[in-house]
Design a protein around this ligand. Sequence first.
Ligand SMILES: Cc1cc2nc3c(=O)[nH]c(=O)nc-3n(C[C@H](O)[C@H](O)[C@H](O)COP(=O)(O)OP(=O)(O)OC[C@H]3O[C@@H](n4cnc5c(N)ncnc54)[C@H](O)[C@@H]3O)c2cc1C
Length: 385
Amino acid sequence: MSPPDWDVIVLGAGPAGALAAHQLSRHRLRVLLVEKRAFPRWKVCGSCLNGVALRALGEAGLDHLVDDLGGVPLARLRLGLQGHRLELGLPLGQSLSRARLDLALSEAAVAAGAVLHLHTEASVDGPCPGGRRVLLRSGDKHQITSARVVLVATGLGSPGLDPAIPIRTRISPSARVGAGCQVEAGEASGYGRGTIHMAIGRHGYVGLVRNETGDLTMAAAFERAHLIGAGGPAAAAAAVLAEAGFDPVPQAASASWRATPALTCRSTPPAAERVLLLGDAAGYVEPFTGEGMGWAMVGALAAVPLVLRGQGDWSQELEREWARRHGRLIGSRQRFCHGLAFALRRPGLSRSLLMAVERWPLLTAPLLQQLGGATLERLTPEPCP
Ligand SMILES: Cc1cc2nc3c(=O)[nH]c(=O)nc-3n(C[C@H](O)[C@H](O)[C@H](O)COP(=O)(O)OP(=O)(O)OC[C@H]3O[C@@H](n4cnc5c(N)ncnc54)[C@H](O)[C@@H]3O)c2cc1C
């Protein structure tokens, strides 16, 4: 009986997968990181790293990474709703294009010892002695390999699991869909650097932020019917900007927009025998508070102790522990975002909320505290020297 080929196989090299691969390699495990796309790649995302994400990178020993890549400090959040404006100071945050961030994280994982296979699609297959089989497909080449533990960090959409694995992904019936693009917009366009500009409409919202190249990243969430009715994401975004009283972005009409699968979803339980789900693959709530990368990175760090324990015999207690740990660290943050998203769908309630915050700015303290991540506990054991 031969042992599994790898200690860990990580599916997906977004922030969750690449950071997990980096940490586990620092613990001297043999890690294979598999990514279906070629890097660098563009991805629908507001590209704002909040305090939680930045602190998680710090805990992983990557505290200089965002600065070194030219990340733009974010000092303000500017909200627009039905012509009302509100500006809030942000505790901590940086914007950095996902093309640069994800490439750098995967390179850091490789520098720490992980093996990276790009352009390779992976799926989790049945159990094998002491591990799990994983199927790899690159072009017309197919390969079967195995690991003691498999981390699924494949983002939104199907997690690529064998149907016999008892994990089910449920999409919320009211889930919005995401869309985004990047445009070259002159500094005079009203969307200055260092600010997250958030336009809120009845059927969706659009976030705009300048990244390290000076380009404007637009990332939006729309009701599906509105997206179709408007005739596509560019028109839907233009309608939201107008409704919020924000300047138009004419370049967005000819930009190349990409859409995402449904945004609000949950995979339960987030673990099975020798398999843990991380990041968006475990569950996601629409992106109003821009926390997804923070949740993904916290999940990556929090999984490390369980993966280390799972190198020996596997017990169902590890699966239950991951469900509890994930729920405590990430589920609670997602519930807060869920509540906000619920309020924003009701024009009367969101207007009252905005006016209350204008009058009593201290009401934003819980949100700013959450985004700042100051209360984040240490999540991983120190890696080997
Ligand atoms: C409109 C919008 C705006 C957002 N804005 C922000 C923001 O400003 N700040 C923030 O923190 N978050 C934001 N988010 C959320 C953030 O983008 C995600 O939460 C984050 O990317 C999750 O990271 P992940 O590693 O779980 O998944 P991903 O980043 O999606 O990475 C998954 C990777 O897995 C790969 N993959 C998929 N299937 C396979 C397979 N079978 N085999 C191999 N590889 C596979 C994919 O190609 C991808 O590279 C936003 C999301 C949306 C939709």
